[in-house]
Design a protein around this ligand. Structure first.
Ligand code: DGY
Length: 331
């Protein structure tokens, strides 16, 4: 129980920008982990159970069992747009507000999706390793020959803010044909602005030279890209994932590459991250990055400040800038 007039207690389980921690300290009693000490689930639970609010990242799981151990918890402000680490239903039931950080990372994440697409199609990482390994002896007509990005067809699965930002880069900057699959068809004016048109998922897989996943993860779309979907893709096509690892069956993905069906793939997210399926690590035609699509200093600072603003708004006015379960605020 927080004593009357005591400052609310905020727990930050992972290191964060010192200036944002400083801002929070002027409003709250803050317990943080700037030393980045590895915590067991039990230690995390104990520290969370003493907090009124948490500033979480995507690796902090908030589920029913944790909520039961944290009766004084009122808000979890996620420093991420994705919130598959939250059991939103249980949080709403427990009266715990959830917030995320949309918009501020859209352009930065789309930039990175495009960087992965370029790197994969043009064999950038593989070429760099080849050169560093001193294997480059002479010019060859087909040395590290990849596939064109400009003028090719990009299929985007998930056409929210980030998907649309990727589509604009592709259609306007690279003269690509852009097709997308999304639960709902976008309004005609939005489609026009993105230069994109809706198709069924199977058609997208069959027609695209490059396929990019940009949709939120939910248990219903677990392994939505498996052996069947991969076999529908064009021979030599590329798959890029900047969404969540659980969307792809990684074993089937490596099988498709080893069979020579896929041209390559680029992953920023992994099913068991930060553990990586060892079969992924031995492949050449791949680009693997450690979940950094939104990681520029400017954008990560904006994400951190937005998470902090949500905490400050909640405890000062019982409001939030980007609530995921606003019904909690109405109670
Ligand atoms: C997000 O914001 O969801 C990114 O994946 C970073 O975690």
């Amino acid at each position: 129980m927080t004593p009357v007039n005591a400052k609310p207690k905020i727990y930050i389980p992972r290191p964060n920008f010192p200036e944002v921690i400083g801002r929070l300290e002027s409003h709250f009693e803050v317990v943080h982990n700037q030393a980045d000490q590895a915590l067991t689930a039990e230690q995390f639970r104990l520290l969370a159970s003493q907090a009124d609010g948490l500033l979480t990242t995507g690796s902090d799981v908030i589920n029913e069992s944790l909520l039961k151990a944290c009766p004084q918890l009122k808000i979890c402000a996620n420093m991420a747009v994705g919130y598959n680490n939250f059991d939103l239903l249980s949080m709403t039931r427990a009266g715990v507000l959830a917030t995320n950080t949309p918009d501020v990372l859209t352009q930065t994440t789309a930039d990175f999706g495009f960087a992965l697409l370029m790197a994969c199609a043009r064999r950038l990482v593989e070429s760099e390793h080849f050169l560093r390994d001193q294997q480059w002896k002479q010019w060859r007509y087909d040395l590290m020959a990849g596939q064109d990005v400009h003028g090719s067809t990009l299929g985007i699965i998930g056409m929210g803010r980030i998907g649309q930002a990727v589509a604009k880069r592709a259609s306007m900057g690279f003269d690509m044909k852009v097709i997308y699959h999304n639960r709902s068809v976008l309004p005609a004016d939005v489609e026009k602005a993105c230069g994109a048109s809706w198709v069924e998922l199977d058609a997208l897989l069959a027609q695209s030279d490059h396929v990019m996943l940009v949709l939120p993860y939910s248990p219903e779309c677990h392994h939505m890209i498996g052996a069947r979907q991969l076999s529908l893709m064009k021979p030599g096509a590329h798959l890029i994932n900047i969404a969540r690892g659980g969307l792809i069956d990684e074993e089937a993905l490596v099988d498709a590459l080893e069979r020579g069906h896929l041209g390559g793939f680029a992953l920023d997210v992994f099913e068991g991250e930060p553990q990586i399926n060892p079969r992924l690590l031995t492949q050449k035609r791949v680009v693997l990055t450690p979940h950094i699509a939104s990681s520029t200093i400017q954008t990560r600072l904006k994400m951190s400040n937005l998470a902090a603003d949500n905490l400050i708004e909640f405890f000062s006015r019982r409001q939030a800038l980007t609530p995921l379960n606003p019904e909690v605020l109405e109670k």
